[in-house]
Design a protein around this ligand. Structure first.
Ligand SMILES: C[S@@+](CC[C@H](N)C(=O)[O-])C[C@H]1O[C@@H](n2cnc3c(N)ncnc32)[C@H](O)[C@@H]1O
Length: 233
């Protein structure tokens, strides 16, 4: 697969990302919503695609059969491996090339939280059959926290500050946010988040033999975004 300029820019952005407190708090909030709405089973083998610093992997691992992880950024894969080193049911899955034979048909649940917005439409179309090939026949793919066209940046920032205030770290969020906003505008170049209308994502999934169910509410605190569960049609 060729790396398009936007994807290359985002990958540099994520390679340079430092850890922030909000990632832990957001992961706790996301996993609570995931448990309520998607209900991973104790027997499930889960793949966290775009695992970031590995907080979701760490939180989910004790309640499911196993968790594999992959992230395009090597630094994120390293951070997740370090964070979960003592967890015997967690391990990396190398998706940097062809899907490893051992991973085919081996996951009940593939998660990609806050990830597909960093892919071009072609890149996402390329991942759909690959994710599908990782699933057991009744498996599910959960894409969450997907921004929609026309969403206001100001509303998202306000929402983030409210979330931080509710969880007792407003000042820290403002300080970290200002620092990050400077790095974001410097390092992302011309790349912008890829936004999806839910109906377009449903159509793209159908073209890859996946049935898409848009959930009534997003699986993160960002209420203006949406989440979708894909199952083999
Ligand atoms: C906003 S973070 C979300 C991290 C994690 N999913 C969570 O919920 O905490 C986005 C992550 O997606 C990863 N990512 C972006 N594009 C990707 C791609 N094409 N393939 C795999 N990972 C990707 C980034 O490196 C980053 O770690």
């Amino acid at each position: 697969m060729t790396v398009e300029p936007a994807a290359a820019t985002w990958s540099a952005y994520w390679e340079g990302m430092g850890h922030r407190h909000i990632f832990v708090v957001e992961a706790r909030d996301h996993v609570a919503r995931l448990r309520r709405e998607v209900a991973p089973r104790p027997t499930d083998r889960v793949l966290d695609f775009g695992c970031g610093f590995g907080h979701v992997v760490e939180l989910l691992a004790p309640s499911v059969a196993g968790v594999g992880f992959w992230d395009a950024a090597a630094g994120m894969r390293r951070a997740t491996a370090e964070r979960t080193a003592s967890l015997g049911t967690v391990g990396p899955v190398d998706l940097g090339g062809p899907v490893p034979e051992s991973a085919l048909g081996s996951f009940d649940l593939v998660l990609a939280n806050s990830v597909v917005q960093y892919m071009t439409a072609d890149e996402l179309a390329g991942w759909m059959p690959r994710w599908r090939s990782l699933l057991v026949p009744e498996g599910r793919i959960v894409l969450s926290d997907i921004p929609v066209p026309g969403a206001s940046a100001a509303v998202e920032i306000l929402g983030m500050l409210r979330f931080a205030a509710r969880h007792g770290f407003l000042l820290r969020a403002v300080r970290d946010g200002v620092r990050e906003a400077r790095r974001y505008s410097r390092s992302r170049g011309s790349a912008d988040l890829r936004r999806w209308r839910p109906e377009d994502l449903v159509r793209s999934a159908a073209a890859h033999g996946l049935h898409a169910q848009v959930l009534p509410a997003n699986l993160t605190h960002r209420s203006g975004r949406f989440s979708v569960v894909l199952t083999p049609a």
